[in-house]
Design a protein around this ligand. Structure first.
Ligand code: FE2
Ligand code: FE2
Length: 274
C-alpha cells in the first residue's frame, strides 16, 4: 500500500491509495459473521453512493465560482470521494473469494440511487449528500476512536481509517456548497432536515437489508449467538450516535461545530499517512 498526497491546494489533500486485499480473512471484523457482514454492507453503499455524491456536487459547482476557496475544496472533495469509491470497490472484488457476490449489492445501490437522481432535482440530490456526509462524519469519529480495533486485518483496518480521516477532513464541503447557494433561512433549513430524515431512513434500510442478504448467502442467518453480540454492540454504538445525528436538526448547525482534528491527527500517525 502506498499513499501519495497529490494535491494540497485547498484545505486538505487528496491521497492516492492502492490497498491489496487478497489475503483477507473470512470474518475480518471481531471474528464474527454479523460484524463482518454489517461493515461489508455499509461498504457496499460506498462506490455507487460516493459517485452519486460527486455528481450531486458537480451539478451545482458552477454556481459558486465566485468563492475560490470553496471551489478548490469541491475539487478535493471529488478527488477524495472518487478514491474511496475505487478502493472500496477493490475490497468488494477481493471479497468475491467467499462466494457471497457482494458486487451484486453494489449494483443494486447504483440502480436505487440513479432512480432517485432521475426523479429528484439538483437541490434534493445535494441535500442527500449533505445529510449523509453528516451521518458518515458521526460514524467515522467512532471508527477512529474504537471500532477500528475490531478489525482483525490490518489492510482492511487501514482502509476504514484512511476513509474516516478523509470524511472528517471534507465533512463541511457539501454543506458549505448548499449554504452558499440556498442560504440558511427557514426554507433552506426545512428542506435540509426533511431530506436528512429521508436519507437516514434510506441508508438504515439499505445497510440492514444488505447485511441480512450477506448473512443469508453465508448461511449465517440463524447464528443467534453472533446476532446477540452484534445487537449488544449496536445498542452501545447507537447511544453515542443518536445525539450526534440529532445535532443536524439544530437550525444553526454547521459540520465544523464538532472538532475532530486531534482524533484525525492521531489516526493519520497510526496508519502512516500525511
Ligand atoms: Fe467517502
Ligand atoms: Fe464524504
Amino acid at each position: 500500500m502506498s499513499a501519495i498526497a497529490l494535491k494540497t491546494v485547498g484545505s486538505f489533500p487528496v491521497r492516492r491509495m492502492d490497498y491489496q486485499f487478497n489475503h483477507m480473512p473470512r470474518y475480518w471484523c471481531n471474528d464474527e459473521s454479523t460484524f463482518t457482514h454489517f461493515f461489508t454492507a455499509l461498504s457496499l453503499l460506498f462506490p455507487e453512493g460516493e459517485s452519486y455524491f460527486v455528481r450531486s456536487v458537480r451539478a451545482l459547482r458552477s454556481q459558486i465560482k465566485d468563492n475560490v476557496q470553496l471551489d478548490k475544496d469541491i475539487g478535493l472533495f471529488i478527488g477524495q470521494e472518487a478514491m474511496h469509491s475505487k478502493e472500496h470497490h477493490a475490497f468488494h472484488v477481493s471479497a468475491q473469494q467467499f462466494n457471497l457476490d457482494p458486487e451484486s449489492l453494489e449494483k443494486v445501490t447504483g440502480v436505487i440511487l440513479k432512480a432517485i437522481e432521475k426523479v429528484a432535482g439538483k437541490k434534493f440530490n445535494l441535500l442527500v449528500t449533505v445529510g449523509l456526509e453528516h451521518y458518515t462524519a458521526v460514524l467515522v469519529a467512532t471508527m477512529m476512536t474504537s471500532t477500528n480495533e475490531l478489525m482483525r486485518d490490518e489492510t482492511i483496518r487501514n482502509l476504514w481509517l484512511w476513509h474516516s480521516v478523509e470524511e472528517s477532513e471534507h465533512k463541511a464541503v457539501a454543506f458549505d456548497l448548499y449554504q452558499h447557494i440556498y442560504g440558511s433561512g427557514v426554507n433552506a433549513y426545512l428542506s435540509r432536515v426533511a431530506v436528512y430524515t429521508f436519507s437516514l431512513i434510506m441508508i438504515t434500510i439499505m445497510s440492514n437489508a444488505f447485511m441480512v442478504v450477506l448473512m443469508k448467502r453465508d448461511k449465517q442467518l440463524f447464528n443467534f449467538q453472533s446476532w446477540k453480540k452484534f445487537a449488544a454492540f449496536g445498542a452501545k454504538e447507537y447511544k453515542i450516535f443518536f445525539p450526534k445525528f440529532l445535532q443536524y436538526y439544530r437550525p444553526s448547525f454547521h459540520p465544523n461545530d464538532i472538532d475532530e482534528s486531534e482524533l484525525v491527527a492521531k489516526t493519520k500517525i497510526k496508519i502512516g499517512i500525511i
